[in-house]
Design a protein around this ligand. Sequence first.
Ligand code: GLP
Length: 251
Amino acid sequence: MKLLPDTAIPTYLVESQREANEALALEISQLLGAQAGKATFGLATGSSPIGLYSELVRLHRAGALSLKDVATFNLDEYMGLTPDHPASYRAFMSEHLFAETDIDLAKTHFPPSDSSGLEAACTNWEGSIQAAEGIDWQLLGVGRNGHIGFNEPGSPFDSRTRRIELAESTREANARFFESMDEVPHYAVTMGVGTILEARRLRVLAFGDTKAHILERVLHGEDDKSIPLNALRGHPDAALYIDAAAAARIG
Ligand code: GLP
């Protein structure tokens, strides 16, 4: 992999998604090794992290990785879906990581997604992250419009966990996980941009040509504060891992 010169956020161009997944899985193993198996991870959904989760499952099956003492906080959750709905992010995490490893489900956390008492529940959720002494290592994907978590364009960089209305382009991009477009929720709860920035390390995966345009705007463009991904410019330990298709416009 190669560190690209002159990008607004440190960016590695990888030869394959597998190279990125192995590098991040190694970083996770090293972090766990350095902290006696205890760490707090921020987790993401979408297609980008699936390969990394498979690699973690592979390492676990090989006896090389245990997640039994880790705590996890997922970035976001749709509103109005039951936890067992196949398109809920809890179901996604169960399928791709949790059910396949020794993770303690009691230490896995998702943002509140029930509309009653939501504001207080979001404050409690932020409190749980603080009680876990913050997030050591946060995984992110990026939306085609530059969203992180479900922080759509225009989200303030100091925003906290809250309800957000999904952009139509986001609903369309995520419709593939539902039976029809009508089923895609209009609202989600997401960690805020400010919440995300408090993680000690931020690692972003962006693969494929649908990400090329936004990566050009962020990595080589002006510091447009309406694009949430640009918030990472101010973070001391953030890095992107992108493949050739995603890098097509900045190569
Ligand atoms: C969803 C998630 C985001 C994720 C994005 C990108 O909108 N809420 O956290 O980054 O999808 O998805 P993909 O990796 O499938 O491109």
